[in-house]
Design a protein around this ligand. Structure first.
Ligand code: MG
Length: 337
């Protein structure tokens, strides 16, 4: 078995602005693991606020002993091994986990979604995120989103209502809202949520600071639409604490350290009666197809990475009626350009 990797800079179509920062590209580390003539592909998407970088990924990968990945893969043992190398760094761990899942599918001659026990007919429509911007750019972005079934909007500024009204002047599709911890006042937040519901908003992500457990729990108790924890929920150990604080959780492979633990989080959330949104960072087709293999097990999908970037090194996966289409190819179903 052989592991190789390269740094990559994934370029965004638009400057991406959320409540706390802006950026125009995202550092990725692309990982390949080869075994018996097959290659599994993975990637780490390292958005700056999560604290990983090309340097930290390279340092982590240089410590990997691939002889620990004997086939057939024991993913529980592998994640324990990776967690033993360093705490945190979930994105680079996800890169390894995704590459091994792709490789496993290829070695078994089966698509990853089938190995995950996923029913592809249950694929939810994916939302398309529109960042905070000027009115004209927002309308342009909405036009680009034509054919998509759901738009996700990043809120958390004084001009939030105008932003929603601008989008509503251009489209009637359902909306998801992500406040990225930007709201502070409970009463103002609940008034806003009721107003947003009237505007066709179907869920709210992380309204208040992840540390404001009482505030988020209060909103969850009073909100007429689901409140979803994102920043508050990283890995499996965080799922239990979401009960009573949120209606549901946002699982992302770059937080969960990959597909294996994301599946454990899905199972745990179901057991606890929590709803599930499967989301992404800025990702290529690779991590998107990995998340799409699990998406039909979730309630909502926000897997728009390849739709928001310009230099995806892989072929765009099939996309129909606002949904990613899972292929019958072995592994993730990824094609290099
Ligand atoms: Mg979010």
């Amino acid at each position: 078995m052989r592991l190789t990797y390269q740094p990559f800079e994934l370029l965004l179509k638009h400057t991406f602005t959320i409540a706390k920062f802006s950026r125009t590209s995202t550092p990725l580390t692309l990982v390949q693991i080869e075994h018996e003539g097959h290659t599994g592909y993975g990637e780490a998407s390292m958005v700056p606020y999560m604290g990983e970088s090309h340097q930290s990924a390279a340092a982590f990968l240089s410590k990997i002993d691939v002889s620990r990945f004997s086939y057939p893969f024991d993913f529980a043992a592998i994640i324990n091994y990776l967690d033993g190398i360093a705490l945190g760094q979930p994105a680079v761990k996800a890169a390894i986990d995704i590459a091994l899942h792709d490789l496993e599918g290829k070695l078994k001659g089966k698509p990853c979604w089938q190995l995950c026990g996923t029913d592809p007919a249950k694929m939810p429509a994916t939302s398309f995120t529109i960042g905070i911007d000027t009115k004209d750019v927002i309308i342009q972005k909405v036009k680009e989103a034509e054919g998509l079934k759901v738009i996700k909007v990043k809120l958390g500024r004084d001009s939030d209502k105008e932003l929603i009204q601008t989008i509503r002047s251009a489209t009637n599709v359902p909306l998801y809202v992500d406040a990225n911890q930007g709201w502070t006042d409970r009463r103002r937040s609940i008034d806003m949520i009721y107003w947003l519901k009237e505007q066709g908003v179907q869920l709210i992500e992380q309204p208040m600071l992840k540390t404001d457990i009482d505030g988020n729990a209060w909103l969850t108790e009073h909100s007429p639409i689901p409140i979803i924890g994102d920043e508050a929920v990283q890995r499996l150990a965080d799922v239990e604490a979401a009960r009573g604080v949120y209606h549901g959780i946002n699982i992302k492979l770059m937080k969960s350290a990959g597909m294996y633990e994301a599946q454990q989080m899905i199972n745990k959330a179901r057991e606890l009666g929590l709803k599930i949104l499967i989301g992404c960072m800025s990702e290529t087709s690779c991590a998107t197809l990995a998340a799409a293999a699990l998406a039909p097990q979730c309630d909502w999908a926000d897997l728009d990475g390849p739709l928001l970037t310009t230099n995806n090194p892989y072929k765009m996966p099939a996309f129909k009626d606002g949904k990613w289409v899972l292929s019958n190819e072995a592994g993730l179903g990824l094609t290099l350009l």
